[in-house]
Design a protein. Structure first.
Length: 176
């Protein structure tokens, strides 16, 4: 009988040990943003951010309420504030390196420059992109957590300084 109790205790200890190991395993930093329409607009959606092992930020999401078959500028802004109703309280583009505005994959660009959104025939934009130069790391100068996320009315021309001439702000969120 004592052998059976010893085996049971040993098995329980092994299970507890494995459970402790799995709860300690590192997880990749993640954040999300729930876009809400600005005054007079219908755009809304969810965007997810996940830091990968090679310091790339994976950005995925779906945004609805856009004009069908249209293109929209999409940027991370410096302030996590959507209180103004028109999205202007989010400030300018997030630009931790002081670079010129440009295409997200160009040498010179703001940290907040994201690929433009392309809405389908139903006014829905789905995206999955990897970005370098921004992070979810606490304390990092390029950390986007707590920043604003904006969907613009017009395409980004990737040239006009400092905004890309992307027009009005259709939706705003805070990255959390």
């Amino acid at each position: 009988m004592s052998m059976r109790i010893s085996l049971t205790l040993l098995a329980a200890a092994a299970v507890a040990s494995l459970a402790a190991c799995s709860s300690v395993s590192p997880t990749k930093p993640q954040a999300s943003a729930e876009l809400q329409a600005t005054r007079g607009n219908n755009a809304k959606g969810t965007v997810r951010f996940m830091q990968t092992a090679d310091n790339t930020l994976l950005v995925t999401g779906e945004i609805s309420g856009l004009k069908p078959n249209s293109e929209h500028g999409f940027h991370i802004h410096e302030k996590g504030d959507c209180s103004s109703g028109d999205g202007m309280s989010a400030g300018g583009h997030f630009n931790p390196t002081g670079s010129a505005h440009g295409k997200f994959d160009a040498d010179a660009h703001h940290g907040g420059d994201l690929p433009s959104l392309r809405a389908d025939a139903n006014g829905v934009a789905r995206f999955n992109t990897e970005l370098k130069g921004i992070s979810l790391a606490q304390g990092a100068a390029n950390n986007v957590v707590g920043r604003g996320l904006i969907v613009h009315a017009d395409p980004d021309d990737y040239k006009t300084q400092p905004t890309g001439n992307a027009g009005a702000r259709l939706a705003c969120a805070v990255i959390k």
